[in-house]
Design a binder for this molecule. Structure first.
Ligand SMILES: [Zn+2]
Length: 291
């Protein structure tokens, strides 16, 4: 039956058990975040935040997600037990700390292998500014080289535009989102061994179920726009032979547990076969983590 599976066949969270989906790896999880808006998280007590993370990570493991690469926000191994194992992140760079020496020392000293750079805006950014690089090309390139020199692997939040070319030129390990990726850029990624973690489902969720996140209409509109453009990006990546990884951009909110298989469904809806989608969360994810 596997070959005949189509999107929406694995809609419910327990369906993975009967459809033979092996345990999956989520390459883009914000395990340390509990709310869409960070200001909401700051209203919670530390204990409450820990409870949110523990509940989510236990349930996520139970849903079949065995490991997750933290996309930023998870400080350490806060919770033990039979949870989704979180591969921690050394730190998140953006326009504010790109040249901050103390922050670099912290990242350098971290045992975490991965580090993240935010080079463009996202769904919270005004449409015309989404792909405008947040800092200078030279600073970006120097940062990637410094991180690679520290033995770190680099994941870059990049919606597209010229900074996606910089990612290819510097051979970062993964491009996250890549919503406005062109076919030429997809070919460049494939050629230079840059993997792609589209986090495709989250834009549809933001657009179709904004009440899950408590977001304003402007963000919903941006997400709908991103979801449409993403169809092309994922298609180009697949056709050009980019290594595609499975990542959700979820955070520690129980509301996402019922959506644990949305990313597989969305990838299939965007043209991947069932086996290709499963590979994104298994063999490809292992290649990205290990390679
Ligand atoms: Zn993210």
């Amino acid at each position: 039956m596997q070959g005949e599976m189509t999107a929406k066949d694995i809609d419910k969270k327990d369906d993975h058990k009967i459809s033979g989906i092996p345990p999956l790896i989520d390459l883009h999880l914000h395990a340390g975040w509990t709310d869409f808006d960070h200001a909401d998280q700051e209203k919670r007590t530390e204990d409450e935040i820990k409870v949110c993370m523990a509940r989510f990570l236990y349930a996520y493991r139970e849903a079949g997600i065995i490991a997750a690469r933290d996309a930023g926000g998870y400080e350490a191994d806060l919770i033990s037990g039979d949870i989704t194992k979180v591969i921690i992140n050394a730190g998140m760079f953006d326009q504010k700390n790109v040249n901050n020496a103390a922050f670099r020392d912290k990242v350098s000293a971290s045992t975490a292998v991965w580090a993240k750079i935010f080079i463009t805006g996202g769904v919270g950014t005004k449409k015309e500014e989404t792909i405008v690089p947040r800092f200078k090309k030279d600073d970006f390139k120097a940062l990637v080289r410094w991180l690679h020199g520290q033995g770190k692997k680099v994941m870059v939040h990049c919606y597209g535009g010229e900074s996606l070319d910089w990612c290819i030129e510097e051979k970062v390990e993964t491009v996250e989102h890549g919503v406005f990726m062109t076919r030429k850029q997809a070919a460049g990624m494939a050629e230079n061994g840059v993997a792609y973690v589209p986090t495709a489902a989250i834009y549809r969720l933001l657009s179709d179920e904004p009440e899950l996140f408590g977001i304003p209409e402007s963000i919903r509109e941006n997400a709908a726009h991103a979801a449409e453009a993403h169809m092309n990006a994922v298609r180009y990546a697949r056709e050009e032979g980019v290594l595609i990884g499975h990542g959700t951009d979820f955070y520690s909110d129980m509301a996402f547990i019922g959506h644990a298989y949305d990313e597989l469904n969305t990838l299939m809806d965007m043209g991947l076969s069932f086996n290709e989608a499963v590979a994104a969360g298994t063999v490809n994810a292992l290649k990205i983590l290990g390679g």
